[in-house]
Design a protein around this ligand. Structure first.
Ligand SMILES: Cc1cc2nc3c(=O)[nH]c(=O)nc-3n(C[C@H](O)[C@H](O)[C@H](O)COP(=O)(O)OP(=O)(O)OC[C@H]3O[C@@H](n4cnc5c(N)ncnc54)[C@H](O)[C@@H]3O)c2cc1C
Length: 366
């Protein structure tokens, strides 16, 4: 999506774009994610500004490309204990709470917004600015729109791996063909070996692996995205003395702590639920998916919905690239004459990709 949004920006500014993808179609983190355009937990300052700008751009592009499935569904984070409630209240007291559309709802109010939440909880943090798109098909629809709107100025070359920088603004692919431009943007996601390692041996970016699943259709609308209070422990917006108390006095369930889990959940267009996630930082990553975290997250979801989950239809893992300084929104670096590397947006890359591409375009004077 980072590469595709750079193509979008360049085409919008009247340029000709060749997008080179080594797979037959994109297969990276951008397909494997929740499709959450997630504003709620972002750190105040540059990160929130980027997410809010990106949210605007997603909405605008979503209006032009209905296939993206952009919807301003908002999110609810139900809380169950006084300590969780205190963290939600602290978030509401942030100076940027209004920009995020935070509101604290009673359980009854939350059920008015999202009637599928029939389980037990005391209150819920509402974030009006959160939104969602359909990640599995988003890039197909964007490419289609690019082909139409760019009228011959957009070419997608699939099944070609960029192997080498061969001169100013020039790269060679694994077919031996050289592609030249005024600017080359390498947006290789979490593929940081090979070409990227040669160009930047000490790249300040790490890789993180997540486990996910998707159910059969729920049979009713889940009108908002849903998170659990464990998400407070990971997202910077919730850092507060109240969170310190939660962390110190309310232990996470051991399996959730072991796999650095939180619940995030969004309903797909077909009615299925995308549910996650875990976080794995140690290499080498597992090559298989583990069942225990799935059992935990299933129990959490069922406790919020007050009903059994439909059958699990898909299980998968995905890997994203994250700046080792996690306060940085992205790693953007000129790696050769006319060649820039843009990677490391971490768990917010789907959200921020349109704004990241816009910043690149502005900085490079496209
Ligand atoms: C499970 C999971 C859930 C997530 N949920 C969310 C979420 O809900 N919201 C959010 O904001 N973010 C989320 N993220 C993060 C987000 O998905 C990523 O930050 C973002 O998708 C990264 O986009 P990208 O284009 O940089 O990488 P990718 O999508 O991985 O794309 C990189 C592409 O480059 C291609 N490529 C690599 N090397 C070469 C080469 N040499 N030549 C040609 N092609 C090459 C690859 O084949 C791939 O298609 C999630 C990530 C994961 C893994």
């Amino acid at each position: 999506m980072v590469g595709t949004m750079h193509a979008w920006q360049a085409v919008e500014r009247g340029h000709e774009v060749v997008q080179i993808e080594r797979e037959a179609e994109a297969r990276g983190a951008s397909l494997r994610n929740f499709g959450q355009i997630w504003v709620s937990g972002r750190a105040g300052g540059e990160e929130l500004d980027t997410a809010l700008r990106a949210r605007e751009l997603w909405e605008r592009i979503g209006a032009e490309v209905p296939g993206l499935g952009f919807r301003a569904n908002g999110s609810l984070t139900p809380v169950r204990t006084p300590r969780e409630l205190a963290v939600a209240e602290a978030a509401l007291a942030r100076p940027d709470a209004a920009a995020r559309g935070y509101k604290l709802l009673t359980a009854a109010e939350a059920r008015e917004v999202n009637p599928a939440l029939r389980g037990a909880f005391e209150a819920a943090l509402w974030c009006e600015r959160d939104a969602a798109v359909e990640p599995r098909t988003a890039q197909l629809h964007l490419r289609e729109a690019l082909r139409t709107r760019a009228a011959g100025r957009y070419t997608f070359l699939a099944g070609r791996e960029v192997r080498e920088v061969v001169g100013p603004g020039a790269v060679r692919d694994d077919h031996g063909d050289v592609h030249r431009g005024d600017a080359v943007v390498l947006a290789t996601g979490a593929w940081l070996s090979g070409l990227v390692r040669e160009l930047v041996p000490d790249l300040p970016v790490r890789r993180v692996r997540l486990q996910m699943m998707q159910t059969d259709p729920l049979g009713e609308p889940l009108t908002t995205s849903v998170a659990d209070a464990d998400s407070f422990r990971y997202y910077p917006a919730y850092r507060s003395p109240e969170l310190d108390i939660l962390n110190a006095e309310q232990e996470q369930v051991p399996i959730a702590a072991e796999h650095k889990m939180q619940l995030l959940m969004v309903q797909r267009r077909d009615g299925g639920l995308t549910i996650g996630d875990t976080h794995e930082y140690e290499h080498p990553f597992a090559f298989d998916t583990l069942e225990d975290p799935y059992e935990h997250v299933t129990a959490v979801v069922e406790s919020f919905l007050g009903r059994p989950l439909p059958r699990i239809r898909h299980r998968w893992a995905g890997v994203y690239a994250q700046c080792t300084d996690t306060t940085r929104v992205v790693h953007r670096q000129q790696v050769a004459d006319g060649v820039w590397l843009v990677t490391g947006p971490g768990g917010r890359g789907m959200t921020c990709s349109p704004a990241i591409a816009e910043t690149t375009a502005n900085e490079l004077g496209w």
